[in-house]
Design a protein around this ligand. Sequence first.
Ligand code: BES
Ligand code: ZN
Length: 869
Amino acid sequence: MNIAANPMVEASQTIYLKDYQKPSFLVDAVELDIQVYADYTQVGATLKMQRQTAGDLVLLGRDLELKSIILNGTELSESDYQLDSEQLRIANAPDQVTLETIVIIHPESNTQLEGLYQASSDLFVTQNEPEGFRKITFYPDRPDVLSVFTTRVEADKKYPVLLANGNLLETGEAGEGRHYAIWQDPTKKPSYLFACVIGDLAVMKDHYVTSEGRNVALEIYAEEKDIPKCKIAMQALKHSMRWDEEHYGLPYDLDNYMIVATSAFNMGAMENKGLNIFNTSCVLADEEYTTDAAIMRVQSVIAHEYFHNWTGNRITCRDWFQLCLKEGLTVFRDQSFSEDLQSAAVQRIDDVAVLKAHQFPEDSGPLSHPPRPDHFVEINNFYTATVYEKGAEINRMMSTLLGKEKFRKGSDEYFRRHDGQAVTVEDWVNALSAGSGVDLSNFLTWYNQPGTPKLEVQGEYDAAAQVYRLNLKQSLKSNAKYPNLKALPIPVALALFNAETGEQYILQSEALVENSVKDGVYLFDQAQASIEFSGITAHPVVSLLRNFSAPVNLEFNYSNDELAFLMQHETNGFNQWQATQTLLERILLEEHAADTYLQAMKNTVPALIEKDPLLASRIFDVPSEGYLGSRIDQNYQPEKIQQQRNALLDTLARELGAFCKETYLSLDPDMQQDFSQAMGVRALKNIMLALMARQGDAKAFELAQQQYHTTRNMSERLGVLRVLVWNDAPQAKAALEDFYTRFKDEALALDQWFMVQASHPKATAETIQALTAHPDYDLGTPNRIRSVSGGLNSNPVNTWSFGVQHFIDLAKYLDEKNPIVGSRLLQVLSRWYTLAEPQRNQVQAALLNLQSVVKSKNVVETLNSMLEV
Ligand code: BES
Ligand code: ZN
């Protein structure tokens, strides 16, 4: 008997994009027989394979106990193959192979939540992307091997639900209180999209008729008590199906679509063909238990995983270096969907805020990599903000440049050419170019280079000639690993406003790209360029990168008054917001006076609240301490940033004075026209109350307590709970106790209870210690871990003091138990080298110490990169 065990790394092995080779064998069909028992699971696999190129037959497998192996009818003995902890290799295999294997695996003790694992006493699920399938059976577990899967699942009848991808062919008795189900997925797919589910779950059912007239059964599986919380997800699913038909001409292709919710999940959700598996946090949504932000997230994740059916599943990735092909495109698609759900400007604001808070820092630090990396040790470490968010931005830039119609022609061409294939980023850009008739090949540079470009722009106004000139320059920080950085194609969407009248000029310039976007767009693709606008009758104020048309750091020498002008006159909601953020960054990082900002807020806010409460709520955004810290490359002192930011908030609160209370009292979310506006009003009320509390207004606590007890809405309840807890109000303790009693059986709401306390600005090591010692804290549930560590990390002063040990200890523990999550959490410390001494040294010592004890590829690779600065 052979045991292919020991998941730990022997020698860290780097994989390179340039070494890609086609698999020697393809799999035409695979039959799986999965028999789940209490203390083991037996997996039988029959693979029908055909040789494609010369070479050994290689099957990948990890932690598998091999019971038997039969090749074309003959049982193999140990001398017929080579087996190590990663693969099973057969030399001189014939061209046609039928391979039958039986292995034993242990889902009941799988804490890594990868492969087949027991998620709770009532549930077994799979997570196979990117390389989990090799923990279920021996297989060429790589995305360019596509096959038809037939799956038999057998288990005790205490698990009534037996699911796998595709159509249900048969169910029956298996003796001894057991039963089985056989499923077949007619569409060829890579192994990472395989899923099965064994459990005791309730289901919400609905159906959807596609544009082609196919009647699709829709099912969402969750715990019985959570079924009423599946309504929003079900609506979002139907909405997504319609949206993809209307915007991309893509109808659904199977007769059923199933979603299964589990609380034991490393990520948000997974797009397994016809059988998505979701973290409960990304399915369950109900005003009473879920904040508005979380409800929006549920809808976008449902859309995201649904959209993968075409961008990811029908057309998949050739290898994992191409990950951003499916993720970048699908994120761009889900962002576009969400822009149609709520205010497009606010959706864009929220997406750019995430980009700037996560991707920009990642790209300026030791974990920087191109959206399409050229090497990795552990692919799980590359599901990053750069692959996802910057990947989405590249697609958005191409779409901005082409306009709706041409972009659609391009995407049509992609689906026409590549349906059923495993392809590369080049295939996507080529199809988009061919279909649209516009050569986009220089956008490949964006996929292949790391770093956020700096875009420096200067404006010159010639009053006599009535000409306005812009001089542009782009640059990238030099990078030892990528010595030959090229200029990037940067679409610059812009507008000019008449500084005297506030009116927008109609742009006249030959430099502008012609397309269906109504803004002027200039494609800046050289290291330097100048463009001119004629007919500019009075001094203009320029608004650049409208809607954030490119993921770059813009430097333009605005006066504070010009930024205040844009806060009031810019008609692009995103750039209106951006002007406030730019002004605030100057105040907080460059010690400008706050008066221009305060006056502009007073001028802008009252009318905006009437017009668009959701956008108004975002205009109150003040860059977080974490974001501000990420703009500092050396001598970073978190306390200093905290002081500056608190001082600004105090001034804002004082200046707005009675306005906060009046606004709080006059706003009523129940009187709003739609969800988007109600959401805005709830956000505004919470902001007003927080500002009142800053003014030391005791009435704020009374109002908070009142709102806490009268509302049934989670955004309203949590918003005021934060005000009470973070300000140490006398009412805080009772409110926390009430919240706990009310929601102790609602895991996601309880996560919020942990989070509110962990994110207290004055949390201490003892606060965190008490939370992690609480009986409801659970290191086996990533959501619960993140509620505490994420809360803690919302205050960098805390993260960089006692928080360091918290993250180090977590990484140490998870290195063995759940390295995927361990590696991600450790990344919180990746900007350690920017700290001022003595903190810098202390954190470095702690990381070096950690380096000597961790073993998983995931944590080792992340830590090595982090220390390589
Ligand atoms: N394919 C991913 C799920 C995944 C992530 C598998 C990491 C393996 C490793 C899925 O489509 C996804 O991207 N999920 C996101 C949410 C999405 C809305 C961006 C996630 O899980 O965070
Ligand atoms: Zn995805």
